[in-house]
Design a protein around this ligand. Structure first.
Ligand SMILES: Nc1ncnc2c1ncn2[C@@H]1O[C@H](COP(=O)(O)OP(=O)(O)O)[C@@H](O)[C@H]1O
Ligand SMILES: [Mg+2]
Length: 286
């Protein structure tokens, strides 16, 4: 399938800091791709290179077949971008902010459209509140509505759910799935592993380099699990891979005899697997 985004040997230096170090990636359309990694890993820098907000030091980036710097204006029509720090007019209302972006994109009935988008993000009751009076999580949702205003084909969100409660997070994830079910592409950065698990693919970044890329479930099954069982009053443990067939092999061996009174599996989750990859990489860099 034709990629939505191709990145080749992308490098970005901010004076002495190398924020991105020779990153190459292909991102599939119609999917949710998570950019994951610790603070300072380069997630925001990568995102800014995709939306044309900064000039790379070296390398080549194509977003929807366009050059984000040279073809910035063509790209903006197809791209929605929500920065990590909301870029809103804080003395204007939520609705006025969204309507402003709607007018920039020449969307008809900008005020009604703004109200509809904000209501869908559970802000229907705060349309006329100045952004200054809204909580951090509410401001993020206003910023998301601004990014969605022109019905973009590609949406890039920098830590969109960092300040949201679980109910709102679920609401947004339902929206994200609805978005990609229409064949559109979503890129989302997060440092939250429960969210990374919801993505179709995750890119793990560390010190500006891609250190893992794959479906989160596949990354998890590359991890370890501990099987703990009680046999005739004694506890035993066994290390297995966290894959269904590894467990089946153990069960075949033991046959789940009546002697076994208790059986538990503690599998590594995505966070454990990611932390292991990051630590291994750290050692290599030392
Ligand atoms: N404008 C800037 N000037 C200097 N250094 C920066 C700037 N922006 C980011 N950096 C540095 O680049 C690295 C990557 O930052 P960033 O892309 O913001 O990471 P993340 O979003 O993963 O937390 C960090 O070391 C950060 O301090
Ligand atoms: Mg960031």
């Amino acid at each position: 399938m034709h990629s939505a985004i191709t990145i080749k040997n992308l490098t970005k230096h901010y004076k002495k800091v190398q924020a991105l170090n020779n990153v190459s990636l292909d991102i599939q359309p119609g999917k949710i791709t998570g950019l994951v990694g610790p603070n300072g890993a380069g997630k925001s820098t990568l995102i800014k290179s995709l939306v044309g907000a900064l000039q790379p030091t070296a390398g080549d980036v194509k977003v929807l077949d366009l050059d984000p710097i040279k073809q910035r204006w063509s790209l903006r029509k197809k791209l929605g971008y929500m920065p990590q720090e909301p870029a809103l007019y804080t003395d204007l209302s939520a609705r006025e902010n969204v309507a402003f972006y709607a007018r920039l994109h020449r969307v008809a009935d900008s005020r009604q459209h703004a109200a509809k988008l904000l209501s869908e993000l559970d802000l229907g009751g705060r349309l006329n509140s100045p952004v200054n009076d809204l909580s951090g999580g509410m401001q993020k949702r206003v910023s998301l509505a601004c990014a969605l205003v022109h019905n973009p084909q590609l949406l890039i969100l920098d830590e969109p759910t960092a300040a949201l409660d679980p109910i709102l997070k679920r609401l947004l994830w339902n929206k994200f799935r609805e978005f990609t079910s229409q064949g559109k592409t979503l890129i989302i950065s997060t440092h939250l592993m429960d969210e990374a698990m919801l993505c179709d693919s995750v890119v793990l970044l560390q010190l500006g380099q891609v250190v893992a890329y794959g479906a989160p479930r596949e990354l998890v099954t590359s991890g370890q699990a501990v099987l703990r069982y009680h046999k005739q009053g004694q506890e035993y443990t066994e290390n297995i891979r966290s894959e269904g067939n590894a467990l089946a092999a153990v069960l075949h061996k033991h046959g789940l005899s009546q002697d076994i009174s208790q059986l538990e599996i503690e599998a590594e989750n995505l966070e454990d697997v990611m932390v292991k990859i990051l630590n291994k990489q750290d050692k290599k860099n030392q």
